[in-house]
Design a protein around this ligand. Structure first.
Ligand code: S2G
Ligand code: ZN
Length: 450
């Protein structure tokens, strides 16, 4: 029987029988699902499947497994390593329509949210509670995708990554079975903690359709400050002092003069301080004594303080808009690494030179999360984006005992360098775990070892 768009004949009809006409997209309308938001990863797909509920998702997945058709699960398509777009003609399984959400339980501060609910919607679900994970893409990033990539973001030092917010999941396996454990019990020692395993699995083990999330008490009266410093060593030492001395510290973020200048030039963001300085540390804290603790820490250093929502938003814009900066100059290679605290200042000061040694014409924009060792190295290549930048940065990172992916995952971008972070024994175990969950081998086959 002739194939349709590369699919076994009749499969599209079966998809439509399960999900209806509106649940199966083909042709030009699929383009937005096949390209990531940075434009760095563009592919094509024979069909975008949009199940309306977990049962449809399970049936669609089973049909794909029976037809040996590869699937890329997709949430808000805000990923940064190409793990959520069909780079090899896979079918896209979009979880965007799974938007059922229960009420926030005022006693436990927990909520059961569908995979397609955005992080911003979860964070706004109850006045007394907030979502611990705060990322710049929260308006588009979804619960399912954020768990699958174990998203980190701006408050990891206080609340941990997405994995730490998960108290249970509902997920579908490629054989069409549905896992569900959404009770949210704090103590539940009854076997393998597979929700933790699914966090960070990048859609390779199962497709998350809902989650039971632990929210956090909404921080009271947060105070935000941007401090001007003479370099990354000063940024690091002041951030570590903040961790020790500032009660209720929520965030410790940094950016540098070059990125700030580009934000002023290209986005019209005027400077946060009266005079330019080499490096900037953004701290945010909440609770009793936070303002005094921050004031005591900052002393006479040049600083801008925000207490009202508008003032804080203005200060946060300098940091939250940094993901755009490299894009002002071209298509970026976005690297997201972490190094041990003892190596952080050395790494952050030396990595631009490591990049330009490999590509003299490259522009390097650095920013990120200080207290958890995470540095975002966003590169606009001068020469070909042929992997030389990853070679240089990842081998340098590994030489310092760091990780080639702090929070964005491996995706398709970092697969060739996984050996710098994981041993052959570990990678073989990953493949065995994967076969146990997805014996058909259809889930995101080009991400992580098989
Ligand atoms: C951040 C966002 C992604 C990027 O801003 O903390 O994780 O573009 C990044 O680097
Ligand atoms: Zn980040």
């Amino acid at each position: 029987m002739p194939a349709e768009d590369g699919l076994p004949a009749g499969l599209l009809r079966e998809f439509r029988r399960v999900a209806g006409e509106s649940g199966v997209l083909t042709g030009a309308v699929t383009a937005g699902y096949a390209t990531d938001w940075t434009g760095a990863f563009a592919g094509r797909t024979p069909a975008v499947l949009r199940p309306a509920d977990p049962e449809q998702a399970a049936d669609l997945l089973r049909l794909c497994a029976e037809a040996d058709v590869a699937v890329v699960p997709q949430g808000g398509n805000t990923g940064l390593v190409g793990g959520g777009v069909p780079g090899h003609g896979e079918v896209v399984l979009s979880l965007a329509r799974l938007r059922d959400a229960g009420p926030v339980d005022p006693g436990s501060g927990q909520i059961t949210a569908g995979a397609g609910i955005t992080l911003a919607e979860v964070a706004a679900a109850h006045p007394d509670f907030d979502l611990g994970v705060l990322i710049a893409s929260r308006g588009s990033a979804t619960v399912g995708g954020a768990i699958a990539t174990n998203a980190g973001g701006l408050r990891v030092l206080r609340y941990g990554p997405m994995r730490a917010q998960v108290r249970g999941v509902e997920a579908v396996l490629s054989d069409g079975s549905v896992l569900s454990h959404l009770g949210g019990l704090v103590k539940d020692n009854t076997g393998y903690d597979y929700p933790s395993l699914l966090a960070g699995s990048e859609g390779t083990l199962a497709v998350i359709t809902a989650a039971r999330l632990q929210l956090v008490p909404r921080p009271a009266g947060p105070v935000t400050v941007i401090v001007g410093l003479d370099g990354v060593a000063a940024v690091h030492s002041l951030a570590l002092r903040a961790v020790r001395e500032v009660g209720g510290l929520l965030s410790a973020e940094f950016f540098l003069a070059e990125g700030l200048a580009l934000l002023a030039e290209r986005a019209g963001l005027g400077p946060p301080l009266p005079a330019p300085v080499p490096a900037y540390l953004l701290l945010e804290a909440a609770g009793p004594g936070a303002a005094d603790d921050l004031a005591g820490l900052v002393g006479d250093l040049p600083a801008a303080v925000g207490t009202s929502p508008a003032q804080r938003a203005r200060l946060w814009a300098y940091r939250e808009r940094h993901p755009e900066v490299a894009g002002f100059l071209g298509t970026p290679v976005k690297l997201d690494v972490s190094v041990p605290a003892a190596a952080w200042a050395r790494f952050t000061s030396e990595v631009p030179g490591v990049v330009t040694a490999a590509d003299p014409g490259a522009r390097v924009i650095i920013y990120g999360h200080v207290a958890d060792g995470n540095v975002h190295v966003n590169i606009v290549p001068g020469g070909a984006a042929d992997g030389r930048h990853q070679d240089a940065v990842f081998s340098y990172t590994a030489s310092l005992g760091g990780s080639i992916s702090a929070e964005h995952g491996i995706g398709v971008l970092k697969g060739p360098w996984l050996g710098l972070a994981r041993s052959p024994v570990e990678q073989a175990l990953f493949a065995r775990i994967r076969r146990a969950f997805d014996p058909a081998g259809i889930l995101n086959p080009h991400v992580l070892p098989r």
